[in-house]
Every structure is written in C-alpha cells, then in structure tokens.
Ligand binder design. Structure first.
Ligand SMILES: [Zn+2]
Length: 258
C-alpha cells in the first residue's frame, strides 16, 4: 500500500504527525496547551500548542483554527475538552496557520527558495491574504525559471516573456508530462505584459488553490519523481548483485563440498 501521501501532511491523526523541527515522520505528539482569543467581533480563534515526543526534539509548534478541534464532554455540569484533537477529523484541513509553516512537506529536493515561496503562498491563501498569496506564487514561478536558467527575454521590452520561458522549461524537462507546463503557461495573468509593473489583479481563492496545486504537482514531477526512480533502480541493482553474489558463494560452497 502506498502511504506516501501521509507524509504530505502536518497531522496524520490525533496521535501521530510529521514533526517540522526534527523532520521525523509519523512520530507521536502531545497537545500541551490550548488557548482562545477573539479574532473579530463574532469570530473565535483557537490556538493549539503541539509538542514533539521524539527523543531530543521536544519542540513546540503552534496551530491556529477557527474551529474547536478537540472532543468535548460535560463533567459536573461544566463543559470540558480532551487534551487532544478529536479522532477522525481532517486536522490539517481545519487549520489556517501553523508556525513553523509546514514547508517541510514539499520535498527538499525542490529548490529551497521556490519551496518557501510556495508555502508562503499557501499560508497567505489560507489566511485569505489573496494579494500576498498571488504575489508569492508568481515569485515562486519566476524563481523556478531563474533557478533553471530558462528565462527568455522579450527582445522589444527586455522583460521576461512568461510563455516562452515556460516553454523552454518544458523542453529542459522532457520526462515531465507536458500538460503540466502547458497549464502553467496558460495562466492568463502571469502572461500579461504588465506583470513586471505590479499592476495586476490578485487571483481569487479557488483559482489560487488550483494554481498552487498545479505548481506543487509540477515541482514534484520535476525534482522528486526522477530521483525516486533513480533510487528504485539503484536498489534493484543492489538486490541483483546481492542475489548473484549469494548464488556464486553458494555454488562455490557446493564446489568446496565436492
Ligand atoms: Zn520533532
């Protein structure tokens, strides 16, 4: 069974998470505190302090949500709550901000600057800062183009030609499904001429979410999939040589017996 999708989350369930500090996956954690404050007139924000239970780590992260994520019960006619997240809820999906941001979840084979910008875009979107999120995402994609040295400048304007740059990125990564680059290339506002002036409109939340997911999928295909393939082939090679070694030693033993 492929469980790799579990590593893409902060919280796996009420007991296990992927620690952003020691980067160990599927380790146990404890909720050491919960607090509430008024976000606005009617909105209550819940904060959860989470401590890693790994030896030598024990660091504390903070997570904010507009929902009570713990199970409640009544004791002596007073409402009380368990010191842990409720079972069978989508914890990550209910959080709008985490510190540290969960940027460890994008594979660290992806260039760090690009990763940080994608996470910033993601966090800004979750907090509904759409202009900031749009800006981060555009920056992430330009950073990616720059990292791969595939920026193509428009002869007339001297500015980067977005579509031509994405096309040259696509040619550099022929093993990645071209549909991904085509979709990236078709993002309207990215390609418009005034992108450099900063006079563009922010994307709305659903569109941002789509572009963020598209960017993440493309990055994964570019930097993670080929490396994983290499690792698998390497492992296969090791198994093969181990197998042929054991065969030759056993045949040697056979010969010695004779
Ligand atoms: Zn830890």
């Amino acid at each position: 069974m492929d469980l790799s999708h579990l590593d893409k989350k902060y919280f796996i369930d009420a007991h296990k998470y992927n620690c952003p500090f020691c980067k160990r996956n599927h380790v146990t954690y404890s909720m050491i505190d919960h607090f509430e404050f008024n976000w606005g007139d009617k909105k209550i924000c819940h904060g959860y302090l989470i401590k890693c239970n790994s030896d030598g780590c024990e660091k504390v992260s903070m997570h904010l949500s507009f929902k009570e994520l713990r199970d409640g019960y009544v004791e002596y006619s007073r409402q009380r709550y368990n010191n842990q997240f409720a079972d069978k809820i989508d914890i990550d999906g209910s959080l709008f901000f985490s510190q540290p941001t969960s940027y460890f979840v994008l594979d660290n084979r992806i260039p760090e600057k690009v990763r940080e910008l994608v996470y910033e875009a993601e966090n800004s979107r979750k907090s509904n800062y759409l202009v900031g999120a749009s800006a981060c995402l555009r920056k992430a994609i330009y950073e990616l183009l720059e990292h791969e040295k595939t920026i193509i400048k428009n002869q007339k304007t001297g500015y980067a030609d977005y579509q031509a740059s994405i096309k040259s990125l696509k040619e550099k990564f022929p093993s990645v499904a071209s549909e991904l680059f085509d979709a990236l290339g078709h993002i309207q506002e990215m390609a418009s001429d005034n992108v450099h002036e900063g006079s563009w409109e922010a994307w709305d939340s659903p569109k941002l979410r789509f572009i963020i997911e598209l960017t993440k999928a493309t990055l994964h295909e570019m930097y993670v999939v080929p490396e994983e393939r290499k690792e698998r082939l390497g492992l296969l090679g090791q198994m093969k040589s181990a197998f042929s070694n054991s065969k030759s030693t056993s045949s040697k033993n056979e010969e010695e017996k004779k």
